[in-house]
Design a protein around this ligand. Structure first.
Ligand code: NAD
Length: 326
């Protein structure tokens, strides 16, 4: 496994967990981030002897050059994340998730040491699937947002890179993430639902019939580390979904799981033209081929978020730094 690893988006929800896992596994880690949501997620690792931080913007050529200097592998998480965030800042999303990501790939192809590139993609690429049917890595993609269109374009480029011996490229289609991280996000479905009911607010649920896969942030991060650790022949120019087939839920099922732990939760179903994404995902490939297995389920994410909020860990759970949209 490579030992000098660049994590872009290191201060983010997933990045701040991945950095800790890679350090614990003995690697040298360079975290790169523009700190759009602050840098609190990295406070606990700042003094670590094998951690180095570079504040920079992926759109700046010089920043990218410095970030790649001396690294063997790149896990590329930095992005404008989510359909709403990309819809509200489409030019910035095209610059970062499109052009700057392409540029990063170009630089990795010519950087002397970089041999591995892991790209954070998304199950949003499936868009709206046939009602009730499962999709997987071989299913047609049906992006219904700018966010997903940009992720699909990068995936397609990575799968067609020339010169297979030069750079091992892998795209990971993450399920929607849940659970606690050093950079918490309360704009993700499970986390937001639990925040609302724990704070004693009425939780209004739209589109309760839609399916979506979920995965705990620690398991998501460990999938990135697993890919870096896997033989080239198993991961080069491959796409893997990251999640667990048993962790597909309709929003109504999430509400039921919350009610099991928080019986007095005030939940109401509301009709509204909602997010058109609806997909159930089969995640056999990453388990069968790389041995990936989740360690936490949605019920665990609910438990930890509820406990942290109920204990008053967050002085302001509504703070803008905990969400990617205004
Ligand atoms: N959270 C999810 O449910 C989810 C699901 C599927 C895929 N993903 C993907 O996983 C990755 C990480 O997501 P996250 O939830 O940790 O998001 P996040 O917003 O918490 O983290 C992204 C980080 O990237 C940084 N960043 C953004 N643009 C940058 C730039 N131009 N230069 C340098 N840094 C920049 C931000 O400052 C932020 O710290 C993203 O690529 C996202 O698309 C996330």
């Amino acid at each position: 496994m490579p030992s000098n690893i660049l994590v872009t988006g290191a201060a983010g929800y997933i990045g701040s967990v991945l950095v800790r896992q890679l350090l614990a596994a003995g690697h040298r880690v360079r975290g790169f981030d523009a700190l759009f949501f602050g840098g609190d997620g990295l406070i606990g690792v700042f003094g670590h002897p094998r951690f180095e931080f570079q504040r920079g913007d992926l759109r700046e050529t010089a920043d990218v050059g410095a970030a790649l200097d001396g690294v063997d592998a790149v896990v590329h998480l930095a992005a404008i994340v989510g359909d709403p965030a990309c819809a509200s800042e489409p030019d910035k999303a095209r610059e970062i998730n499109g052009a700057a990501t392409d540029h990063l790939v170009d630089r990795c192809l010519t950087a002397p040491n970089v041999t591995r590139f892991v790209f954070a993609s998304t199950c949003s690429n499936y868009g709206r699937a046939e009602a009730g049917a499962f999709v997987d890595e071989d299913s047609p993609l049906n992006p219904v947002s700018l966010y997903a269109e940009l992720k699909v374009a990068v995936e397609q480029r990575l799968m067609q890179l020339p010169d297979p011996d030069r750079l091992t490229a892998t795209a990971l289609r993450f399920a929607t993430v849940h659970g606690l991280s050093p950079r918490p996000r309360f704009d993700l479905t499970v986390n937001e639902f639990v925040r609302e009911v724990t704070l004693g607010r009425k939780l209004q649920i739209f589109g309760e019939q839609f399916w979506r896969p979920y995965c705990h942030v620690e398991d998501l991060a460990s999938a990135c580390a697993l890919v870096l650790d896997s033989p080239v022949g198993k991961v080069d120019r491959r796409v893997f979904g990251v999640g667990d087939t048993d962790e597909n839920y309709q929003k109504q099922m999430l509400a039921e799981a919350i009610l099991q732990q928080i019986p007095d939760a005030d939940i109401e179903y509301v009709k509204k033209d909602e997010d058109p994404r609806d997909y159930r995902v089969r995640f056999d490939r990453i388990g069968d081929e790389l041995g990936f297995a989740i360690t936490k389920r949605v019920a665990d994410g609910i438990r930890e978020i509820h406990a942290a909020l109920a204990a008053g860990i967050f002085s302001d759970p509504d703070a803008a730094s905990y969400r990617n949209i205004a």
